[in-house]
Write a protein that binds this ligand. Structure first.
Ligand SMILES: C[S@@+](CC[C@H](N)C(=O)[O-])C[C@H]1O[C@@H](n2cnc3c(N)ncnc32)[C@H](O)[C@@H]1O
Length: 295
């Protein structure tokens, strides 16, 4: 008898190999050991690899993010069963991550082809679409209109990657030429409501500010937003899009909590500028982490 009591108390003191879950943790389902590595400010972007069969649909979008990276964010910023919103859904990477992680997801996409491919992707690439009582919704349309229909303080995490101004329309974009040669679309289309078709960078930033303010309205108090962007070049000028956007969002009370560098190791290196000038191969994105006030 005594031996059993001793064994029991010993077991409760042994920490599981993946660390302990702290009952005070209101943010996610992670243990101490799972939490800490996620706070390191540089991540290697983790894709499926070019030969994987599940890249067939993903490839049809010119700028998808990796659903595995988004899944990491979703695991950190939500608990199982909570709700995630992506106002620029593209080919549905966020919703694929939601299903895999047992979260509900709402996605908005303007381009009907991408919205349809998102549906196809969920139907073919993930099992158990409606397990864990979660719900997946895809809205086709302009996020400026659809966001108005989403209830105030109903969302636990916003994660998205907006268009990077009109960078995909720019002539000197090498990746664009390669996609055209392979018969793949190289931008999001000609719809004037597409933020990637705006001429003025200042107007584009204003518009993004208004959209993220609206996303902020749908977020519960004290919850987070993760925005994945890259800096870019406009001819020879280097545009610090991540910094401009963070500044813009401060106006709406969305406060920067951190910046994670997403290193894109797989990207091809082009001899930009050689042998005349310094022109960077931009091989990283940034994840802006912002928080809505808890008050
Ligand atoms: C950078 S991509 C997002 C890619 C997405 N993260 C993925 O993994 O597929 C931006 C998307 O925003 C969409 N978009 C542009 N303007 C929009 C608008 N006003 N409302 C909704 N979606 C819009 C584009 O069609 C494009 O698919």
């Amino acid at each position: 008898m005594n031996e059993m009591v001793e064994q029991d108390s010993l077991d409760s003191e042994v920490e599981p190999s993946n660390g302990k879950y702290d009952p005070r943790n209101k943010l996610n389902d992670l243990t101490s050991k799972e939490w800490i590595p996620e706070t390191i400010s540089v991540w290697n972007q983790k894709g499926l690899g070019a030969g994987h069969p599940d890249t067939k649909i993903e490839r049809q979008h010119p700028a998808p993010f990796s659903f595995t990276d988004v899944a990491r964010l979703i695991r950190f910023f939500t608990k199982s069963g909570q709700t995630v919103l992506d106002p620029f859904l593209g080919i549905g990477s966020t919703l694929k991550a939601c299903v895999l992680e047992g979260r509900s997801g709402i996605g908005i996409e303007l381009n009907p082809t991408f919205a349809e491919l998102s549906r196809e992707r969920l139907n073919t690439e993930v099992d158990d679409l409606f397990s864990n009582n979660t719900e997946i919704t895809i809205h086709e349309g302009d996020c400026r209109e659809v966001l108005r229909t989403i209830e105030t303080e109903s969302v636990d995490f916003v994660v998205t990657s907006p268009p990077y101004w009109s960078i995909l329309k720019k002539q000197d974009h090498k990746a664009k030429q390669e996609r055209i040669e392979k018969g793949l679309v190289s931008d999001y289309g000609d719809d004037p409501r597409d933020l990637g078709n705006m001429d003025s960078y200042e107007d584009f930033l204003d518009e993004l500010g208004l959209i993220f303010n609206e996303c902020g309205r749908t977020l519960k108090k004290g919850k987070y937003m993760g925005i994945i962007v890259s800096d870019f070049r406009d001819k020879s000028k280097y545009i610090m899009f991540h910094a401009d956007l963070a500044k813009e969002l401060e106006k709406y009370g969305l406060e920067m909590r951190g910046l994670t560098v997403l290193y894109q190791r797989h990207k091809r290196i082009f001899p930009y500028g050689y042998p005349y000038a310094f022109v960077p191969n931009i091989h990283n994105q940034y994840i802006l982490i912002l928080q809505k006030s808890a008050k």
